[in-house]
Design a protein around this ligand. Sequence first.
Ligand code: GCW
Length: 671
Amino acid sequence: YLNKNEELLSNISVYGKTNLSASIKEELKRALPKFLAADFKLNFKDRYQNKILIAAETEVKEIAAGSKEISSILNNVEFGELDEEGYLIKYFKEQDLLLLTAASDQGLLYGVFALLREIQQENDLLELDLLSNPKNNLRMLNHWDNLDGSIERGYAGKSIFYKDNQLVNDLKRIRDYARMLASIGINALSINNVNVSYQETRLIDDKIEMVITIADILRDYGITTYLSANYASPMQLSSIDTADPLDEKVRLWWKEKTAEIYDEIPDFGGFVVKADSEGRPGPFTYGRSHADGANMMAEALEPHGGLLIWRCFVYNCQQDWRDKETDRARAAYDNFKDLDGQFKENVLLQIKNGPMDFQVREPITPLFGAMPETNQVLELQVTQEYTGQQKDLCYLIPQWKKVTDFDTYAEGENTPVKRIVDGSTYNQKNTGFAAVVNVGNDQNWTGHHLAQANLYGYGRLAWNPDLSAVKITEEWIKITFGQDQEVMESLLRMLLYSWSIYEDYTSPLGIGWMVNPGHHYGVNVNGYEYSRWGTYHRADHEGIGVDRSVATGTGYAGQYFKENAEKYETIENCPDELLLFFHHVPYTHELDSGKTVIQHIYDSHFRGVAAVKELQGHWEKLEEKVDSEIFENVNKRLKMQLDNAVEWRDQVNTYFHRISGIDDKFDRKIY
Ligand code: GCW
């Protein structure tokens, strides 16, 4: 591989004078010597000399004026097809020249990381002809970091940003983080928890210096800084005693405050807001709608080009389990659907993938596509709150592919979620992907080493949701572990099956919430059954599941467009994997697989534990082939995962065996 490409790589001309160009050179300087032979020398030419040319469109055209060689390729460079952040990497045989170009330096930066990916995977550079534009304009990550250094739902140590209400000392780590995010195409970052407490509210006020410092670092890698804002900020930060969005004082306060922020950070991205949700303040207190609340803040951002990202995670968290009419799953749709058309152009509604809360298996939120005049953003959870907390292996790309490919039927067949949130269905530009990130200050960023693949995959999907799960996974394995075939095969299996394995030993047929309340790790069948959170499985001695049909249940199934509504409405048509989400059925109900529900519960839990043992087997075989620290990191966690799986299996099987009184057909050990 080196023989073929080394000469090419030893003669790179990088143009550009911006901070982004400096980052580009820095990345090449760091990366290339690592991938190539030890005595390899990298020459940056400040003027074009051939071999590899990295330059934005305007520069390429300038160079062409003085170079026959470059002018001879111009007709074959598809500048017109490049969007603002896209890139083109193309080898020209006759000239023996590899060109990396883009419309902007931001695009060039993404192109450089793409080129490095090609080199890491040992792909032949002489074959390259790669034009790539991001499908989504917004490719965001959300931090749930608090200023005291804790992270809500963080499983990889403390915050990389904050400690004791100050910035951490080691800003280099933040820079490395920015590099890592740019390498997967992330262009927006909200840097504090959506539950904005006292200290965090001050980030837009007397603690703005902290934001300025972080924004300065992120900017060098093309990442725009956003803050989660407290809806009731004026009440904490001024003498105004209301947060009524129609109150003139409140509106003026937000305008002035926002202008102050832009004085300090001219490219500030905007606010993320969690309002009227789980105890957070919001416009409901004043009898106002969420359009009133969002528009008030959006109006303040508008003159500065800022965005207002408003979350749709609004539901009644004071429910009574005896009440079977209220259904939390309905909440996002019920609260927002009728507001379509009322939001300002710079308001984006951020909608969780499922109607409940990042469970192992949920249907896709019916709100996607149901608001054609409103900008929609998909919210995913990379941090594994309900999916093993980075102790258990649970690779989420297959789950997210199901979400992005889900056909909403909003504009007839073939209106998948990915075409709603990329803005193409309704011709919108302020749309895209957001996700709660899974990193902390653990040395490997994510606690479980293999959980890095979730972050990597998220970035790749946000760039291009049409990439297949297999392609993304192979890429990650190669660039992380190299070319070994056995490593590739074992890890592909481990990663690609891990979500269904996790589902097997935890949550059958679309039922969720059988977890320990509060921290949400480990099994507790009735942990949420009699609480206020609206999270029930409704199991009794005859059956299990929540009737969400229109005919006899909460009516949630009717929130979908016709094709999906009909599918979910009846027990016959509803796919098994979501049966108990939509219907209450007897344990003896026969699934499409031919098994009864109770037998499926037993089988899947025994199978899940067996599969975790297989995961261990796959990993153990790799001991000699992967770095020993990484080996131990994963090995240790697989042991915890097995304990967890055994506990889930036994508690779930025993619970349902006792309550149903039905024996396992295969007479296995149920306690
Ligand atoms: O899943 C729930 C989490 C909360 C979180 C909330 C949200 C930040 O348990 O910790 O709060 O969702 O998304 O706002």
